[in-house]
Design a binder for this molecule. Structure first.
Ligand code: ADE
Length: 273
């Protein structure tokens, strides 16, 4: 089986990576069923990258239907250590304009019907999740974005993950603003939790596409608006990934983050009983 160091999960508007060379498509089966689609493996800036479209080609899976356990398992089985999610989000702040990018550093879970863990049926694991996104990967993404010079990127911010598939009401949107949330999306969970349990480094390039529905002087979010604003910022996300590929350290154990050791002292179940 081919191996890859970087995994990219592409959200709405990102269904393929045109800048990959030596491309191969592979279908992976996992104990949790099929991933969202075939995985494309190739090289970006000379580094092996695996690309998986989260909603499947043709956008056939809604956020609640994404098989996240299979997706993370499949990437792990390819040897992936660094997972970057590229996701469309709504902005809950005036200063985060549509077409800006955000590298969030916090997460609030407002999902309702998703499986959040690999561990069940007799094995109990409680991983630390105070820092839901890998700080090492997030800062390399930020550095890569800054190097491009022409990309508006915001450092940090809280991503509230809602269930969907309908967008929020105005009451919800305003409540999230009052709670201090910065961006809203439907897909960072359970991915971030599963990536942590799989001891992968995981971070998000959030592409702001709209002001959700809180901003009275702006039109409320619609699919047309999301799709219209995506093409510009997914192009920038791909350029960031090209720069990032050259920066990732060969050995994760030399890095400040502890994602690689997330299961150390997280397992409650006594295997001897
Ligand atoms: N994805 C893009 N825009 C969004 C919004 N306003 N709410 C939830 N998910 C989104």
């Amino acid at each position: 089986m081919p191996q890859a160091k970087i995994g990219v999960i592409g959200g709405s508007g990102l269904y393929q990576m045109e800048n990959m060379t030596d491309v191969e498509e592979i279908r992976i089966q996992t104990p949790f069923g099929d991933p969202s689609d075939v995985i494309t493996i190739g090289k970006v800036s000379g580094v092996e990258m695996a690309f998986l479209p989260r909603h499947g080609r043709g956008h056939r899976l809604n956020p609640s239907e994404v098989p996240s356990r299979a997706n993370i398992w499949a990437l792990k089985s390819l040897g992936v250590e660094w997972v970057i999610s590229v996701s469309a989000v709504g902005s809950l702040r005036q200063e985060i304009a549509p077409r800006d990018l955000v590298i969030p550093d916090q997460l609030l879970d407002r999902t309702k019907s998703r499986v959040n863990s690999f561990y069940e049926g007799g094995v109990v694991v409680h991983c630390a999740f105070a820092e839901p996104f890998c700080p090492t990967l997030s800062s390399l993404l930020l550095e890569s974005a800054h190097e491009l010079g022409d990309v508006k990127v915001h450092q940090g911010g809280t991503y509230v993950c809602m269930e969907g598939p309908l967008f929020s009401t105005k009451a919800e949107s305003n409540a999230y603003r009052q709670m201090g949330m910065d961006i809203i999306g439907m897909t960072a969970l359970p991915e971030a939790k599963l990536a942590r349990e799989a001891e992968l480094c995981y971070a998000v390039i959030a592409c702001a596409t709209d002001y959700d529905c809180w901003y009275e002087s702006e039109e409320s979010v619609s699919v047309e608006m999301v799709v219209g604003n995506l093409s510009a910022n997914t192009g920038n996300a791909k350029r960031i990934l090209q720069t990032l590929a050259q920066k990732l350290p060969a050995d994760r154990s030399t890095q400040a983050c502890t994602c690689e050791r997330a299961l150390d002292s997280a397992i409650m179940t006594d295997p001897s009983l």
